[in-house]
Ligand binder design. Structure first.
Ligand SMILES: Cc1cc2nc3c(=O)[nH]c(=O)nc-3n(C[C@H](O)[C@H](O)[C@H](O)COP(=O)(O)OP(=O)(O)OC[C@H]3O[C@@H](n4cnc5c(N)ncnc54)[C@H](O)[C@@H]3O)c2cc1C
Length: 504
């Protein structure tokens, strides 16, 4: 054999056997395959195993938990936790609000089932050792947010993931990490399994009675954010990217599933050199006491819209260059350090938190010559530093101070408790739009079966969690906290129940 021919054979062998050994093709058989080990996938896996079925759980990342491990609390009404509150919301009130406040753009059946079953679902989660604390996220919201207890810090959801993973292990669920599902296997229009490939190059052909997709939507793929979500991915960014690229949606649409409307769990925030996510300076971007202006130097909203983080993200995104500036002064810095924040970032930075490190954060950002944070001795100098028209910003600050003095905001009707004058040395923090997760992609029916383009269920295929469409309108419903996390855990579990019910 000639030298080049030999090289080709060696290369071909290296490809098919892997550089460090054989890449095996494993043939497996199970009752249920669950794709994705976030809250939806783990709930599905545990429920399937509790009903006596053999379950294989595939996870793309080398760890379980997805975005769910960073989430804080789940929406529920009529749980034994929120029933104890003085003013519990009824199921009917919650259902009506979800439907009406989202302009009837959501699936009424799945919404009804979710609201009705949300309290019982919390009870089921608690049977796996997960404990809850009902918290009113802001004074404007109801007591529906079931935050996972005993996991303080920034990863409450990790408590839920830990409880469900331990249950899954005990029940014999076979979890395969770093093993993304890559293709659905079909026969005569029915899904009969899935193919997966691990990080060593081994492939898996898994035959199963049903597949539940719970891969958490597409938010970490900028191209899909643009094409499916119609947002500029440079200005509408995933705040906690974990490699979620809509795999379940892609696999299902390849076999004829209908692609449904998509939405995002948007939130406001800031970014720039020397500014850390969730630092004290970051938390200032969420405060209603600041003045917000756009890149024309014009005020554009009631700044207390920051209490509804998803709506605030829209307001900022709608501005020129999709951004704005939060302006505050030395007195505001003292206020945040001594009195604390008026608007929390969920329970990550709860309302009333004193930003005791704020002056240090400010020093660091200025020392880094941050592109996201500027200071100046007067309005004109600040306008130049943030590159907005000087005359516009001067007029805006003058008008704002007049509003403060009158304690009446005729244009935006900002609550007077947040109206404070701007004087002396001023600071500007860049405002940007982000999202915690994309939401939507596949259309499912009441049984959580994935529907095809003719609105008929694809036998053997289910979807749960954030890759399901029609559970939120164009803007995430942050009038109640925890809709996404609550629905993920609820829908995963109920998809499994329904899938198992079809098995002999
Ligand atoms: C910081 C933060 C805070 C949040 N707080 C809240 C909150 O308090 N309340 C709330 O309602 N929502 C909150 N959210 C949103 C939260 O992410 C969702 O509510 C919920 O976790 C979604 O669950 P899921 O199971 O659908 O997705 P995920 O938890 O993201 O799980 C999807 C899993 O699928 C895996 N996967 C992807 N592709 C494949 C593949 N091809 N094969 C196998 N596995 C795959 C992913 O790696 C991931 O592990 C928050 C999000 C963030 C980032």
């Amino acid at each position: 054999m000639k030298k080049t021919g030999l090289k080709l054979v060696v290369a071909a062998l290296a490809v098919s056997f892997g550089t460090f050994g054989y890449a095996a093709d494993h043939k497996l058989s199970t009752d249920l395959v669950v794709v994705g080990a976030g809250s939806a996938g783990l709930s599905a896996a545990v429920q399937g195993a509790e009903l006596g079925k053999k379950v294989i759980l595939l996870e793309k990342n080398p760890y379980v938990g997805g975005n769910s491990q960073h989430a804080e609390g789940l929406f529920a009404v009529d749980s034994e936790w929120n029933r104890l509150r003085a003013d519990p919301l009824t199921r009917q009130e919650a259902y009506e609000a979800f439907i009406e406040k989202q302009n009837h753009l959501v699936d009424p059946y799945k919404t009804k089932d979710f609201v009705e079953g949300s309290g019982e679902n919390i009870k089921w989660l608690s049977s796996h050792g997960i404990e809850f604390e009902v918290i009113r996220e802001t004074p404007l919201k109801d007591n529906t947010w079931h935050v996972i207890k005993n996991f303080k810090g920034t990863n409450h959801g990790a408590g839920l993931i830990k409880g469900l993973k331990e249950a899954a292990d005990k029940l014999g669920v076979e979890t395969k990490l770093s093993t993304p599902a890559v293709e659905l296997i079909t026969k005569d229009g029915k899904v009969i399994g899935v193919k997966a490939k691990d990080n060593k190059g081994d492939t898996y052909t898994i035959n199963s009675n049903a597949v539940i997709l719970a891969s958490g939507s597409f938010g970490d793929d900028p191209k899909k954010v643009e094409e499916w979500g119609h947002r500029d991915p440079k200005a509408w960014k995933s705040s906690v990217p974990i490699n979620k690229t809509g795999d379940g949606i892609v696999m299902a649409t390849k076999i004829g599933a209908e692609r449904g409307p998509v939405s995002f769990i948007g939130h406001l925030g800031t970014e720039g050199k020397g500014i850390k996510f969730l630092s004290n300076l970051y938390a200032v971007s969420w405060q209603p006491g600041n003045l917000w202006v756009n890149n024309l130097g014009l005020r554009f909203t009631d700044e207390s819209t920051c209490n509804a983080f998803s709506e605030a993200a829209n307001g900022i995104y709608a501005q020129p260059d999709h951004e704005g500036w939060a302006i505050f002064d030395e007195k505001d810095i003292d206020y945040y350090m001594e009195k604390g924040v008026d608007s929390g970032i969920g329970v990550l930075v709860p309302i009333g938190t004193k930003l005791t490190n704020l002056k240090n954060d400010i020093k660091e950002a200025l020392a880094a010559d941050s592109d996201g944070f500027k200071a100046a001795d007067n309005v004109a100098a600040l306008a130049k530093a943030i590159n907005v028209p000087v005359a516009n910003l001067e007029n805006t600050v003058k008008e704002y101070n007049r509003v403060v003095e009158a304690q009446h905001d005729p244009m935006f009707l900002k609550d007077r408790r947040y109206l404070r004058p701007l004087e002396g040395k001023l600071y500007a923090l860049r405002l940007k739009s982000f999202f915690f997760s994309a939401y939507g992609g596949l259309v499912t029916n009441r049984e959580h079966q994935v529907l095809n383009a003719k609105h008929q269920p694809i036998p053997g295929l289910y979807a749960a969690g954030l890759e399901v469409s029609n559970m939120v309108g164009p803007t995430y419903p942050d009038f109640f906290s925890g809709q996404a996390f609550g629905f993920a855990a609820y829908s995963g579990r109920h998809a499994a129940k329904n899938a198992v019910a079809t098995m002999k």
